[in-house]
Design a protein around this ligand. Sequence first.
Ligand SMILES: Nc1nc2c(ncn2[C@@H]2O[C@H](COP(=O)(O)OP(=O)(O)O)[C@@H](O)[C@H]2O)c(=O)[nH]1
Ligand SMILES: [Mg+2]
Length: 372
Amino acid sequence: MNEGSGNQLQDVDVEEENAALFDKIIKLLKRSDRKKNAEVIMLIGRIGAGKSALINTIQKVLTGEYYPIAQMGSGKAQSVTLDLERHDNCGISLEHLEDEDRRHTKIKEIFPKLPHIVDCAGLGDVDSPQLREILELLIGGFIPPDTNIGSLEKQQKENGVGCLSKLFPTANPAWMVTKVVFMQSCRDQIPKNLIECLTGILKITDYYTCKRKYTPEVFLLLTKYDLVEGHTVHFSNTNDEGSMTLEEFGIFEDNIAQEFNIVGALKANRIRWASYSDRIQGDNQYIENIALKFLKRMVQPGPPSHKPSKPVVGVSTTIQLFIFRIGNKLKRFFLQDVHLNISPALVVLLIVFAVVIAMLYKLLSVKPEVKT
Ligand SMILES: Nc1nc2c(ncn2[C@@H]2O[C@H](COP(=O)(O)OP(=O)(O)O)[C@@H](O)[C@H]2O)c(=O)[nH]1
Ligand SMILES: [Mg+2]
């Protein structure tokens, strides 16, 4: 229960803001200029970051009832295996929307446009070529939603990394990830390997256009904000073991944000998050407020630079580039790979010398005509 929200006036203000936020979300989802396909939000973060709790919280905020649609864990286990969990339309089913008093009618109207949430569950602090390949194909929209990740990993084991790109050569815009939300508990260490894995994929550039290949908007979501001391009167008094001060939280936030700077996760894309959990149950307007603001960010149009760029390359350019590439490869082979360590000028001299010798040889070997 919300034990600490003593200030009634503030509660009323937040409630009003939440009602306005809800209407705004519905409006955004109804916009005629919206893309045809629903947003695809990928949640990534190590085990225990609070991904399942976020899905359950969003579901509760939209339906008014808490259904634990995503299984929450203790957050203690260490794993390296990706276990994909897909929650279409924010994990809501139409059976959850039968109460007319609870905004259900409004949600029913925009139901097909509710974002799909893909939870990259089961991950530890890892970076491997295998994981990179699978995540890249998922972000790019190459892998159909109902594909079993276990069988993809089996394919990789049997045929090596790279085989999946051949197996799924075509992207489907409806499956493309539009928002990546990296989730990090303020109580855990920064998972540098996992961040490296994700940012490595987001930095891949298209060979022809020299632009980023994958352009989802990236968000950094710091979870368990309710465990921060001091300001959290809205949640409850925090005296749990391992809680941190607001100042420590700020430093932690800056440190992890630095790891993401290169992929454009700007200051504006940092979100302080708290979920319904064992500590906070029942109705809490502050949790709802955080979740509604998050949902609004998820469904509003991103900055123009995040629109995916499609390479447009003609046949002649492709041939020119191919010849250029072969030429470069040959040059590199002769000058470096064979380790001759000779300068280009010397190569030219040697060629000229060889031509001169060949001409002399031809001249000398011409037999004089014998007159009879
Ligand atoms: N206090 C608090 N605990 C949370 C919050 N989110 C998740 N938890 C707890 O953290 C643990 C791991 O959460 P879970 O959602 O299963 O993490 P996941 O592995 O990323 O899906 C569970 O015990 C949750 O109850 C939060 O916002 N605040
Ligand atoms: Mg989970």
